[in-house]
Design a protein around this ligand. Structure first.
Ligand code: UGA
Length: 437
């Protein structure tokens, strides 16, 4: 099929490459000429495991091109809108500027019988509004909402082999829209991927409900961590024990610094803002607590750091922060808990050095006032405490014996409950973690 993908960020670039991999003819469109040039040359403009290989493979077939010219989308049968919906600067609501701009730029190039598919995470009701605009401009075309559930770090796998497909379709073009999307996703459907057909509002809600549930699960376990801290319990054992109940499940019960990134934090806030507009705010007011619990973890991490310094003032203390990305296998520092903690420590005059396997360049752009190191060894050299704030595999597998000789004082704070506490203690370190004795 001929497909266009409008917006080539973390979502769109992966979607475009994966659609080409599934055998479609794909043109990716983005307003950022630098991003387009990189993608056209087969380079991923951000770190995502498997994407460079996929770009090379799909690029070689001639089925994947990138351009800044939205007119190149004109002969596509299906247009995917994949632009970002960040939090507005002045409120909790989603900023729909990019969705609206992309949609309006695309509109003159939509063929009379084409299907426009929204993938961005939007406040419920957005699809209906855009559908009205599309109907006015192109009466034969239809608008479908098909939310994306990919995780950064697993984006290629999640797109090629999704857990489920959700099609939010209009009543009047239901069969045609479903048939077209079934063609797009023929391969994952043949693999047995469940596919749910809903109305558009439900599809929009499915996405925010899923992210709200995940955020709630994380904040739930972090609330238990707060209790473990005051009552002398161990939240990792608690999570293992409750997680064995299949109804609860162990996944997304990792207590620590909490959630960040470009999705969960802004999605729960946008959901609260939208619910308020719909006069249904009580229905999701618990998300305010989810957000508060999450943000409290960051200040608790600062307190724990003060605690391990054994009376030495934080001001002037040398602190190594291992991790700047919001999670491992990503270079994304949007709302990164790790970078936030580094900034809080810096604001209290600690001498902070940050390192990360992939995210230093992005972190430096966002927080240029912090000091950065290229390697763990360089970062921990002569420090008073080491903080592990993103659980990259190379940090989980660090050899505490080797690092012992490099630091001024062997103190480690495990912000992600990712280290082997016994191994670090046996190697002579004082080990502290969130939610554990
Ligand atoms: C999230 C969802 O997981 C995806 O399903 C969704 O498609 C995506 O948002 C989106 O809306 O586009 P992502 O932001 O890539 O994906 O990251 P997650 O893997 O969900 O992690 C989010 C944050 O939660 C990270 O900061 C992570 O460190 C934290 N987390 C995760 C925990 O603190 N504890 C856990 O047990 C799990």
């Amino acid at each position: 099929m001929k497909i266009s993908v409008i917006g080539c960020g973390y979502l769109g670039a992966v979607h475009a490459a994966c659609m080409a991999q599934l055998g479609h003819d794909v043109v990716g469109v983005d307003v950022d000429a630098g991003k387009v040039a990189a993608l056209a040359a087969g380079r991923a403009p951000f770190y995502e495991p498997g994407l460079p290989e996929l770009l090379a493979e799909a690029g070689a077939t001639g089925r994947l091109t990138f351009t800044t010219d939205v007119a190149a989308a004109a002969d596509a049968e299906v247009h995917f809108v994949c632009v970002g919906t960040p939090q507005r600067a002045d409120s909790y609501a989603a900023d729909l500027t990019y969705v609206d701009a992309a949609f309006r730029a695309l509109l003159p190039h939509v063929a009379p019988d084409a299907v426009v598919v929204g993938k961005s995470t939007v406040p419920v009701g957005t699809a209906g509004r855009l559908a009205d605009e599309l109907a006015a401009a192109r009466p034969g075309a239809s608008l479908v909402w098909n939310p994306e559930f990919l995780r950064e770090g697993f984006a290629v796998q999640d797109t090629l082999h999704p857990d489920r497909l959700v099609y939010g379709v209009p009543d009047d073009a239901r069969e045609r829209a479903v048939a077209l999307l079934d063609q797009v996703y023929a391969t994952p459907i043949a693999e047995g991927t469940p596919r749910l057909v809903t109305d558009r509002a439900t599809a929009e809600l499915v996405k925010v409900a899923a992210n709200s549930f995940l955020a709630t699960k994380i904040s739930f376990i972090n609330a238990m961590a707060e209790l473990c801290e005051v009552a002398g319990g161990d939240v990792t054992q608690l999570a293992d024990a409750i997680g064995l109940d299949e109804r609860i499940g162990r996944r997304f019960l990792n207590a620590g610094l909490g959630f960040g990134g470009g999705c969960l934090p802004k999605d729960i806030r946008a959901f609260m803002a939208r619910a308020e507009e719909l006069h249904a705010d009580p229905a999701v007011s618990f998300l305010r607590e989810v957000d508060s619990i999450n943000l409290r973890r960051r200040e608790r991490m600062v307190d724990l750091t003060v605690g391990v310094l054994d009376g030495r003032p934080l001001a002037g203390a040398r602190i190594a922060v291992l991790g700047a990305a919001f999670k491992p296998d990503s270079d994304d520092v949007r709302d990164s808990p790790a970078l936030d903690v580094a900034e809080r420590l810096h604001a209290r005059s600690a001498r902070v050095v940050v390192t990360d396997p992939q995210a230093v360049a992005n972190a430096r752009r966002k927080a240029p006032h912090l000091r950065y190191a290229d390697t763990v060894e360089e970062a921990v050299d002569g420090v008073d405490a080491v903080l592990v704030l993103t659980e990259w595999r190379e940090y989980r597998e660090l050899d505490p014996g080797k690092l012992f000789g490099l630091v001024a004082a062997p103190r480690v704070v495990d912000g992600r409950n990712a280290l082997d506490a016994d191994a670090w203690r046996d190697a002579g370190w004082s080990y502290r973690a969130l939610g554990r004795p």
